[in-house]
Design a protein around this ligand. Structure first.
Ligand SMILES: O=c1ccn([C@@H]2O[C@H](COP(=O)(O)OP(=O)(O)O[C@H]3O[C@H](CO)[C@@H](O)[C@H](O)[C@H]3O)[C@@H](O)[C@H]2O)c(=O)[nH]1
Ligand SMILES: [Mn+2]
Length: 741
């Protein structure tokens, strides 16, 4: 790549440009100064009220509010790191034509696709993801797609055998018809121009899909579906003792570009199925382990200098994506430090107003330019192009692997199916290979957190690598969002545990992070690592003002008090700025409203439970793993999701605090209204109004919960056990609160 970089520099062809919005930066800094001043004022107020001698009850209230506000202030400070220097980039793939004249000029690209469970991650969708990248606008002889199957499923392998045959038709079809949607399923949905060729293509696709789905239904690959001796031999590895948790390595080359051609005679990309060896007695480190296996297996076979990591659901939506990446990787100015180019996660099939906040605009779209203005965005786990060198120590501290064949500068001299190569590939995919090696610690993706993406990217950056956020107008990738509440919450619960694993490791962002990357980068990472802390202030604000209101005790300054203005400014300022930033990146008000609701819902459920599980895990009581998010669409659930009804359905302990908060707030609201209409006690509406506002806001946010508890009768309503449990808990809490005020 160096020679091409030199050529690019010599020709002075711009491949990318960057832009810092002065206006946004100045505004953000100015606003941060004012807001910071208001926070200081609030702390003055807190300290003053703590020093006032009062009852034990009100002391407890003041302390709780004070602690909550300290946490909120800490979160606010961390979040400012994203606002100090937001950077936006553009790339000019058109200029590459001058530099890359023939296929051999292009650097090779290894694509890693991870899948882990054929029932939660339908193999046909994994196949579509693979096809969408095999069909990139990129020399096919330079693309190798490696599929990691942690589900160890013959059904997934079978799906890929079919995919390899289908690719021979699909790739030329895309080329000749200028197809942009290169995921076949997406193409057949969006295509408007039907002719005999498209009809034929669709028929072929449907045939493949049905075959794959039938195999899944029967849970085995029938004899009649096997084509030839080679397929027979590999499928025979699935003996009776073969289980997803315990089985030998399976590596199968499905297509090889020097041998297999498509129907027009053009070579096909390499396609390789890898299911690493699993044993119940050795640790396999979930996705990080899978990726490290692919790093090694691909090193023995193709060793491309560029690697794209994809989740199985994350298909390509733009065949020009690798060209955009080259605009950064071939830039001589960036060359020495650039470790990865991250694309945003975009999602398809999101409901109109995104009820579960599944788009996660803040971490995936709003914050990354902020980090790009510093040292670059964090790694999202998918849609990211790495330079292979990043997995071998910092830019100036090369860490060589134990086997020289795994080194990033090793040149593979043999065809991928040669016995020596296959033998080595099997060896490095063995479950004991990593014992007594540096893999997972100094080499490859890092072990120690179930958010291997966040942790690895963070460690790479602290080793001195920089990253770039590439956010073109046409989404580069699309993935799936969870379409029911349990899935949405379980996903974030896993993240919470993984993040806390980082927070409480030797690599905590506020210590190690700040030291190795500077204050603002450290704070950016801390913003995520401390996300679960958010539970505390949300829980306090979800209960305390309401319980005080029920007991007629004012806990905020009354509306005529100037201190009330400070509170009002802090609230409106934070939510207002959040809304503006959300709308600027294309969000709507309704989506924002749902998004902010989900932030509180998560705080009261998955972040809280994640924290508890993290504590149990740290004490050795539980052994939390990587619970894969389901990508299957149940038709009933899909329908309710489209109608934007919250899907509770199953019993989950995480629903209990949500329902309890909803109940207490409703009670608080009703009693508050009754009091201010002249019912007993309270005294002066202006004293209670601030609390009424908090309750009002909470009740508005809880609306879908009330619906699901009392007004709906479909399969997604809150299970009655949860409703009763939360009513009981709410009563209990109100009863004890009466002693406090
Ligand atoms: O033991 C495992 C577990 C998971 N996976 C794969 O990891 C990917 C992500 O899993 P998913 O259940 O979709 O998790 P999400 O929470 O949706 O994923 C986000 O968060 C993960 C970290 O928790 C990152 O790995 C992902 O890239 C990021 O998109 C999927 O392709 C899985 O097949 C494995 O390969 N092996
Ligand atoms: Mn996912």
């Amino acid at each position: 790549m160096d020679d091409i970089r030199a050529r690019a520099a010599a020709k002075a062809l711009p491949l990318n440009s960057q832009h810092i919005s002065r206006r946004a930066t100045v505004f953000n800094r100015f606003f941060a100064a004012i807001y910071g001043g208001a926070i200081l004022a609030l702390f003055y107020y807190h300290v003053a009220s703590l020093l006032k001698p009062t009852s034990l009850g009100s002391f407890f209230v003041s302390v709780s509010l004070f602690i909550s506000d300290i946490i909120l202030a800490f979160m606010w400070v961390n979040a400012q790191s994203f606002r100090m220097n937001p950077l936006h980039r553009r790339e000019y793939p058109g200029n590459l034509k001058e530099l890359l004249k023939k296929d051999s000029d292009f650097p090779a690209l290894d694509v890693f696709i991870c899948t882990a469970d054929p029932y939660k991650e339908p193999p046909i969708n994994v196949v579509n993801t693979a096809l969408s990248v095999m069909a990139y606008d990129y020399p096919t002889c330079k693309i190798s797609v490696y599929v990691s199957d942690d589900g160890g499923s013959a059904m997934t392998l079978f799906a890929f055998m079919e995919a390899a045959r289908f690719a021979a038709e699909w790739l030329p079809f895309c080329r000749e018809n200028d197809v942009v949607d290169r995921n076949p399923a997406a193409f057949f949905v969006s295509n408007k121009d039907w002719n005999t060729r498209t009809d034929k293509m669709k028929e072929m696709y449907e045939k493949m899909k049905i075959k794959v789905e039938n195999v899944l239904k029967k849970a085995k690959v029938g004899e009649e579906l096997v084509n030839g001796e080679e397929e027979r031999m590999v499928l025979d590895k699935w003996t009776n003792s073969f289980t997803p948790q315990h089985h030998p390595t399976v590596i199968h080359v499905l297509s090889e570009n020097s041998k297999n051609a498509d129907i027009t005679g053009e070579s096909l990309p390499n396609l390789i199925y890898v299911s690493r060896q699993k044993s119940k007695t050795s640790r396999h480190h979930f996705k990080a382990g899978a990726l490290n296996t692919l790093l090694r297996v691909s090193a023995t076979m193709t060793n491309a200098p560029i690697i794209l990591t994809l989740d199985c659901d994350m298909y390509s939506n733009d065949p020009q994506t690798p060209a955009r990446v080259l605009c950064y990787l071939l830039d001589a100015k960036l060359a020495t430090h650039l470790g990865y180019v991250q694309f945003p996660q975009h999602f398809h099939g999101v409901s109109k107003n995104d009820i579960y906040g599944g788009e996660l605009k803040r971490p995936y779209i709003i914050n990354p330019p902020g980090m790009d203005g510093l040292l670059g965005p964090d790694y999202f786990g998918t849609g990211c192009f790495f330079v292979r060198r990043i997995f071998f120590g910092g830019p100036f501290s090369f860490q060589s692997p134990e086997l020289s064949e795994l080194s990033p500068n090793h040149v593979v001299g043999k065809p991928i199916k040669s016995p020596q190569i296959l033998e080595l590939a099997h060896r490095v995919a063995g479950c004991d290979y990593e014992t007594n090696t540096q893999w997972g610690y100094k080499l490859g993706f890092k072990y120690g957190s179930v958010v291997e993406d966040f942790f690895s990217g963070y460690r790479f950056q602290s080793e001195g690598w920089r990253s770039v956020f590439c956010n073109p107008n046409r989404a580069a990738f699309y993935g799936d969002v969870p379409i029911n509440l349990p899935d949405a919450l379980n996903q974030i619960k896993r993240w919470a545990i993984g993040l806390l694993e980082v927070t409480f490791s030797n690599y905590s962002p506020i210590t190690f992070g700040v030291r190795s990357m500077g204050l603002l980068m450290g704070l950016s990472y801390a913003h995520y690592a401390f996300w679960p802390l958010w539970s505390i202030p949300v829980a306090v604000y979800a209960f305390l003002p309401q319980l005080a209101l029920i007991n007629g005790a004012p806990i905020f300054p009354n509306v005529w008090d100037p201190w009330f203005l400070v509170y009002a400014f802090l609230f409106v300022g934070a939510y207002g700025q959040d809304l503006v930033e959300f709308v600027v990146v294309g969000g709507t008000f309704r989506k924002w409203w749902n998004d902010q609701r989900m932030w509180s819902v998560r705080a009261l459920s998955c972040l809280l439970f994640g924290t508890m599980e993290f504590v149990l895990k740290s004490l050795g009581f539980s052994n939390f793993g990587f619970n894969v998010t389901s990508k299957v669409m149940d038709p009933e659930q899909s329908k309710r999701y489209e109608e934007e009804l919250f899907e509770f359905g199953v019993f989950s302990p995480m629903f209990v605090p949500i329902a309890t908060v909803a109940t207490v707030n409703l009670a608080g609201g009703l009693i508050g209204i009754w009091r201010s209409c002249g019912g007993s006690g309270g005294g002066g509406w202006e004293k209670m109004l601030p609390q009424m506002l908090v309750v009002g806001f909470a009740v508005a946010n809880c609306w879908p919960v009330y619906e699901a508890m009392a007004l709906r009768n479909d399969g997604g309503k809150v299970p009655s056990k949860i409703t009763f449990l939360s009513l009981f808990l709410a009563l209990l809490i109100c009863y004890f609160a009466a002693f406090l005020f």
